[in-house]
Design a protein around this ligand. Structure first.
Ligand code: ZN
Length: 149
C-alpha cells in the first residue's frame, strides 16, 4: 500500500508552505523507493510533536536533540523542516538496496536528492530526509549519535 500524506503527518498538524513541500517530496520518495526496490515500505517514525520526540529519546536513555528534521517545531522554538521520515527496515532490505545503488558514478540518493543516516546507526529502520545535513554527505552520521561520548 502506498505511503500517503496522512502516514507522514498522522496528527494533521498545519504546516508552512516549505514544510508542505518537504512532506510532499517524502511521500514521492517513499513510494519511489518501494517501486524501485520492490520492498514494501511502511512508516516507523513520521512527523513528530515535541512530546513524541522527547519520548523517543527518553526510551533510548539519551537527551533529545533540540532540533530534528522529524520536527515541524524544534525544541528551541525554531521552525522545523518536517523533511525526515523513518521507514521500517528490520531486515535491512531497504538499506541494502540503497547501498547497492549508491556509487560515485550513479546514485539513487543523488537521483532522488535525498540523504540517509548511516545504516550502522539505524538498526531496524531507514532514516530518509530531503534536506542536506550540515556535512552535506548523502550518507551521514546522525548528530545525536555523533555527539554521544
Ligand atoms: Zn529519523
Amino acid at each position: 500500500m502506498a505511503i500517503t500524506r496522512a502516514d507522514l503527518n498522522p496528527h494533521g498538524v498545519p504546516l508552512t508552505p516549505v514544510q508542505e513541500i518537504n512532506q510532499e517530496r517524502l511521500v514521492y520518495v517513499a513510494n519511489e523507493l518501494e517501486r524501485r526496490s520492490g520492498v514494501p515500505v511502511r512508516v516507523s517514525s513520521p512527523l513528530r510533536t515535541a512530546e513524541e520526540h522527547k519520548a523517543i529519546y527518553k526510551k533510548l536513555g539519551r537527551n533529545p536533540p533540540k532540533r530534528s528534521n522529524h520536527l515541524f517545531r524544534n525544541l528551541d522554538g525554531s521552525e522545523g523542516t518536517a523533511s525526515a521520515v523513518d521507514l521500517v527496515d528490520r531486515d535491512d532490505r531497504l538499506k541494502k538496496y540503497i547501498l547497492a545503488n549508491h556509487s560515485a558514478d550513479k546514485s539513487i540518493l543523488v537521483e532522488l536528492d535525498i540523504y540517509i543516516e548511516d545504516p550502522s546507526c539505524t538498526d531496524t529502520w531507514l532514516h530518509v530526509q530531503t534536506t542536506a545535513p550540515a556535512s552535506g554527505n548523502r550518507i551521514f552520521i546522525p548528530f545525536a549519535r555523533a555527539s554521544k561520548k
